[in-house]
Design a protein around this ligand. Structure first.
Ligand code: CA
Length: 227
């Protein structure tokens, strides 16, 4: 079903979650401070983390930030005692997938865990999809190679990643913020203009060179590649 790491310093809540999640069939690990939790997260095959915000030694925000530096796909649900909007925003900014305020109903948390695990799984499948096409253009992710009618197109790392993100999400209008988050990473603090610049690079290397219309602008939103 999946392995869940609980990082929570309140023993009662941690024990309660451990019992409930074990009962539901998950494999469970626990940590009572941020640093121990981070170490467990980085040294085990964890599918989802339930992360308390206020933790001793290292805060939940910091744990989240450090996990995101090395793992963009890990499902993270943050817990906090305070119903504080700024905490929520900061947690989501640092890359938490979801957020719950204590006290919470266990059924609601279980539902959110199921959603987060499902999302993680579909993203993994998408990542391993290997080959994406647009007409005669082929992106082979095993070889990290893009070609048009077998002619190899030389792209920089970021150009490649941007194209891969767009082409692997065909027919979905991708917002600039989302593109920035997924291609440049959660710890990138520049603005979204960088995306327009890279789209221009891609268009000059592909669309204009081969006279095709691949990357389309969605006004006020971002970009899309249609099938
Ligand atoms: Ca706490």
């Amino acid at each position: 079903m999946g392995k869940i790491l609980i990082i929570e310093d309140e023993a009662k809540i941690s024990r309660f979650l451990e019992l409930e999640l074990t009962y539901e069939g998950y494999e469970v690990m626990t940590a009572a401070d941020g640093r121990t939790g981070l170490n467990l997260a980085l040294s085990n095959e964890i599918d989802l983390i339930i992360l308390d915000l206020m933790l001793p030694v290292m805060s939940g925000i910091e744990v989240c930030r450090r996990i995101r530096q090395v793992d963009q796909n890990m499902a993270i649900i943050m817990l906090t005692a305070k119903d504080d909007v700024s905490d929520k925003v900061m947690g989501l900014d640092m890359g938490a997938n979801d957020y719950m305020t204590k006290p919470f109903a266990i059924e609601e948390l279980l539902a959110r865990i199921r959603v987060a695990l499902k999302r993680e799984k579909t993203e993994e499948v998408r990542d391993n999809g290997n080959i994406y096409t647009f007409g005669d253009l082929v992106l082979d992710d095993m070889k990290r190679q893009v070609s048009y009618k077998k002619e190899i197109i030389s792209l920089t790392k970021k150009e490649y990643e941007l194209l891969k993100y767009l082409i692997s999400n065909k027919n979905i209008a991708l917002e600039r913020e989302k593109i920035l988050e997924r291609v440049w990473g959660y710890d990138y603090y520049g603005d979204t203009n960088v995306i327009d610049v890279y789209v221009r690079y891609l268009r000059s290397k592909i669309d204009q060179k081969y006279n095709i219309e691949m990357i389309r602008t969605v006004r006020g939103v971002g970009y899309i590649i249609y099938d």
